[in-house]
Design a protein. Structure first.
Length: 216
């Protein structure tokens, strides 16, 4: 039985969030295809991970017997997050773009799980784990668009999730999500609708593919 680690980070609830809507579609398909599986869910907006502290950081490089009580307590919280990642057979992350980057809550999670010599380094402990990131955004930052150079979500997550943690990373990118709410973007509504439909299709397809892959 496979375990899915599902992380949402949008500050908006339910269907008001594009990233949550698409991750929910992925998870629904996953559970339909694999009802015996386990889902570990973290809503980083409702239950934020503490930002990294000096004690939590330094504890990762100290032997357990040499940690101060403060370091031990701080590292226990980090280790729980790391173990969830290591136990996962697949990872699903909702990562909306806020001010050209990821939510600070998702950055806090990454700061906790990135640990040189364990999850990062020559042999990352979660290496090869398939990961799907739903990277929603209000506009378009695709190659060739005027704001291509402002795209710091996929670039950053490629560096952390793929190049550092060693995850087998794929993206689903619902874009132009502000078009229905912004009169100045009204001409882009058809492109938004096409992107949204494609994102839901991709979520369903990727969920089925992963269940089949893990069951093979």
């Amino acid at each position: 039985m496979a375990t899915l680690l599902h992380i949402d980070s949008s500050v908006f609830p339910g269907e008001t969030s594009s990233s949550r809507s698409v991750t929910a579609a992925f998870r629904e398909t996953w559970e339909e295809q694999h009802p015996q599986g386990t889902v570990i869910y973290r809503d980083l907006a409702a239950d934020p991970v503490p930002h990294i502290t000096a004690a939590a950081w330094s504890a990762g490089y100290a032997a357990p017997g040499e940690r101060t009580p403060e370091q031990s307590a701080a590292f226990a919280a980090r280790e729980k997050l790391i173990e969830e990642l290591e136990q996962a057979d697949a990872v699903l992350i909702g990562a909306p773009m806020y001010n050209f980057s990821i939510p600070s809550t998702l950055k806090a999670w990454l700061d906790s799980v990135l640990l040189l010599g364990r999850t990062a380094g020559e042999a990352p402990s979660a290496q090869g784990t398939p990961a799907v990131v739903v990277a929603s955004r209000g506009g378009s930052y695709a190659p060739g668009t005027p704001r291509e150079g402002f795209e710091f979500v996929q670039n950053y997550l490629e560096a952390t999730l793929k190049d550092t943690l060693g995850l087998d990373l794929e993206f689903i990118v619902p874009e132009l999500t502000m078009a229905p709410r912004n009169a100045a973007m009204s001409a882009l509504v058809p492109l938004y609708e096409a992107s949204r439909e494609r994102a839901f299709d991709d979520a369903t397809i990727k969920a089925k593919e992963l269940v089949e892959r893990l069951g093979a």
